[in-house]
Design a protein around this ligand. Structure first.
Ligand code: HEC
Ligand code: HEC
Length: 467
């Protein structure tokens, strides 16, 4: 006991003397933003090839099962534009699906990353823009009896086609009922990840028919972040819980469809390419004319009130990578809280194939939200991590944020003055709308534009359009 104390004392003394030698008179550095933590970069595998990554997103095979191609064509017979410039079978399939070979060689169709990460904005197809039209208001498993019927009629229940469909059917049946949301336009991906983890063996990633831990009941809504923000960010996801090797962490998005860890290993190299592709994406330029005088008047407002969290945008740009505590930002706390309390998911991930090996993905829940880069912010409405605010004008004037609202879900219904989606105000009595009184859907916080006059606010918006 005494020896231990002595050793401790020795170290304490050594530390004090050592510190004294290096820095006899330390000047405390004030934290520029109270209630924030700077996120530091974690080691990444950086030998990826962006062109191969892009090709993998557009045509890569990370599915081992799906809907047989011919059946998919029967159900989707209307012609679609070839947005991705794909060739062969994929040329005539919507961009959010890819035709791939199932484990037994049958051609099947599987949803790809772009079902959540691409969208139309004003008739322009934008790769990497979050899909804000997605609809989780009904249970997708209700489509299964219809598919069962066609596939058994066309091929028979003992056919290779049915075998290539069966694992997909099992997964959709287990997952879809967990993802039902009260309004269109918000995403259920965080819950999807939790459900998939509960159904996968952490070592070999094989499918488990019964969930191995309780799945949280709530579906916390998110607005899909734009891919082009990644080039500046030191951590993935709104609450910056995606740390460690990005390529490995991102692969978890393929959990819906991959067979097991041996297949995960074979596509691991492709995900290094995917990460490299995402890292070099840039925001689309504002497509209309900017008023230079207004933008110039908005710039000092931005630099004084916003830049300390969101960075500066003249070359060379700066970005502080700050995580702002929930208590400071005061936007809806549910997403951050869910990740902190649902430790089974993070535990599973960090102990799983994704969190092990020489390049590890790592999930580390936090008590805040990252102040995102604002590149291309004109295109990313609705705003905040839960998409609770329809436009930039009301984001910067919290008293006018609609508590109950809806939009047309038409890509051309975009407002370039208020900068965001046109919306209709609703009341508490309406259903199927964005109801900000629901848990996870609050439009509170981030009141940094409230003190501005409307003229200053529009000037600031004009400046933001050019970022
Ligand atoms: C079901 C919809 C969905 C699918 C499919 C999907 N994602 Fe995502 N993705 C999301 C959502 C929602 C988020 C934000 C989650 C959060 O931050 O809590 C996200 C976050 C990300 C981010 C982090 C961006 C940032 O700035 O933090 C990247 C990168 C990403 N996804 C890449 C991919 C890739 C690559 C694929 C395909 C392998 C994919 N995603 C498939 C919905 C999806
Ligand atoms: C104290 C740090 C801080 C300051 C100051 C700040 N922001 Fe933010 N901002 C954040 C954080 C954190 C978020 C994400 C909050 C969330 O999603 O819940 C955010 C989100 C946003 C978004 C939404 C982005 C999107 O795509 O959803 C916009 C736009 C924005 N801020 C603009 C501004 C402007 C303009 C100012 C100055 C008037 C400003 N911010 C001041 C921290 C800050």
């Amino acid at each position: 006991m005494q020896t231990k104390l002595l050793i401790l004392l020795f170290f304490a003394l050594a530390f004090i003397t050592c510190k004294d030698k290096i820095d006899p008179n330390p000047v405390p550095v004030p934290n520029p933003v109270p209630g924030s933590t700077a996120l530091t970069a974690t080691p990444q595998r950086i030998n990826g090839n962006p062109a191969l990554g892009e090709a993998f997103i557009k045509t890569g095979n990370f599915a081992y099962a799906g809907i047989p191609l011919r059946v998919f064509r029967l159900a989707n017979s209307a012609p679609v534009p070839n947005e991705l410039g794909r060739t062969g079978e994929n040329a005539t399939i919507a961009y959010d699906y890819t035709a791939v070979d199932a484990f037994n060689g049958v051609k099947v169709v599987s949803a790809n990353c772009l079902s959540c990460h691409a969208s139309y904005l004003d008739n322009q197809f934008v790769m990497g823009l979050g899909n804000t039209m997605i609809d989780y208001t009904s249970d997708n498993a209700s489509l299964l009896p219809f598919l069962d019927l066609i596939i058994t009629n066309q091929y028979g229940a003992n056919s290779p086609e049915y075998a290539a469909y069966a694992p997909f059917r099992t997964a959709v049946k287990a997952i879809s009922p967990n993802l039902i949301m009260p309004t269109r336009g918000v995403n259920a991906a965080d819950k999807l990840a939790a459900v998939l983890a509960a159904h996968r063996n952490k070592t070999d990633l094989t499918w488990l028919p019964t969930p191995q831990f309780a799945i949280p009941t709530e579906v916390v809504p998110t607005d899909v972040p734009a891919w082009w923000l990644l080039r500046k960010k030191n951590a993935l996801y709104y609450n910056a819980n995606g740390q460690g090797d990005f390529a490995k962490t991102l692969m978890a998005a393929a959990l819906l469809t991959i067979k097991d860890s041996s297949y995960a290993r074979t596509i691991d190299a492709s995900f290094i390419d995917v990460a490299a592709y995402l890292k070099q994406l840039k925001a689309p330029a504002y497509p209309k004319n900017l008023d230079p005088a207004k933008a110039m008047a908005g710039k000092p407002i931005f630099e004084k009130n916003c830049a300390k969290c969101h960075g500066t945008y003249d070359a060379p740009s700066t970005y502080p990578n700050l995580l702002i505590d929930v208590a400071t930002i005061q936007t809806d706390p549910t997403l951050a809280q869910m990740h902190q309390t649902y430790s089974q998911y993070n535990g599973w991930f960090n102990e799983s194939w994704f969190g092990q090996g020489s390049s590890k993905g790592h999930l580390q829940p936090t008590n805040g939200y990252i102040a995102p880069p604002l590149d291309g912010v004109w295109a990313t409405a609705p705003y905040l991590h839960n998409g609770s605010v329809p436009d930039l004008f009301t984001l910067l004037k919290s008293s006018e944020r609609p508590p109950f609202w809806t939009r047309s879900f038409t890509a051309t219904d975009y407002n370039y003055t208020q900068m965001g989606w046109n919306y209709t105000k609703k009341t508490a009595m309406d259903t199927g709308i964005y109801d900000t009184t629901k848990k996870g859907y609050a439009n509170t916080g981030h009141t940094y534009g409230d003190f501005l006059t409307d003229t200053e606010r529009y000037n600031l918006i004009e400046y933001l359009k050019g970022l």
